[in-house]
Design a protein around this ligand. Structure first.
Ligand code: URA
Length: 244
């Protein structure tokens, strides 16, 4: 049976408006809805990800990344910081890039911002050992500078493979670089935090990077912590649902 595209657009419009009126803010991404909406083409980033073969385990992926020379950061790094945590963690926490201490130890979030992250998790009764912690970049940018676009582009396929292998149910993105790289948006963090997003069907929450919170003192730091606390409570609610 042939259907006029204009009629279909009208029906789809009415259907989406009905769901919005019913209070829905997002729709589940099911295989059915994907095939209904069709393939909208492949971006260069998607293509890059497809061109790299996914190893069958996280350990194999770790070994592959150890020798990575996809960007210039390999010249100055001491260690690749792959990330750590259970290979089947329900929650993945994704930061920006390893700092100096992470570069020297090869472990994520071991410096001052890592200590604050551990406290943030403790405040919502999550043990850091339950969580897989990693960053957008796996190598330290010298002087702790912000990652460059080409470095993010080179490293993102590895993170996407980690997500595919770990299959978390929930992701916490720390800071602007993580939020923008994962959600492919340039919206400000203030607008992105405090609500649920979806990355390939996985719930994703955005909050401030602990290093950003630590950049300030006094009232400003207190205000940032109060905002982060709201995000953390949302994270706790979503995390608890996974344990039920
Ligand atoms: N900040 C990050 O984003 N990642 C780390 O591993 C450490 C600090």
């Amino acid at each position: 049976m042939a259907r006029k595209i204009d009629n279909l657009i009208e029906e789809l419009d009415a259907w989406l408006r009905f769901h919005k009126q019913m209070g829905l803010e997002s729709l589940p991404v099911t295989p059915g809805i994907k095939s209904f909406l069709g393939d909208s083409g492949t971006s260069q980033d998607d293509q890059d990800e497809k061109n790299i073969e996914i190893p069958e385990s996280l350990e194999k992926l770790r070994k592959t990344i150890q020798n990575c020379k996809r960007c210039n950061l390999h010249k100055s790094r001491h260690n690749v910081v792959f990330g750590e945590g259970p290979p089947d963690a329900r929650l993945m926490i994704i930061g920006e890039a390893p700092g100096k201490e992470e570069d020297l130890t090869g472990r994520p979030f071991v410096g001052a911002s890592g200590q604050l992250l551990t406290k943030m998790l403790k405040a919502i009764e999550i043990d850091r050992k339950e969580v897989f912690i990693t960053s957008i970049l796996k190598c330290h940018p010298p002087g702790n500078r912000t990652p460059k676009a080409d470095e993010i582009k080179s490293c993102m396929p590895f993170l996407m493979m980690q997500i595919k292998l770990i299959k978390p149910k929930l992701i916490l993105a720390l800071g602007t670089v993580a939020a923008h790289s994962l959600l492919k948006t340039n919206e400000g963090l203030k607008k992105l935090r405090g609500r649920l997003h979806y990355l390939n069907g996985i719930k994703l929450i955005v909050t401030y990077h602990p290093a950003y919170i630590l950049r300030f003192a006094g009232a400003k730091q207190k205000a940032l912590k109060a905002e982060a606390w709201n995000d953390l409570q949302l994270l706790q609610r979503e995390y608890r649902k996974l344990l039920d």
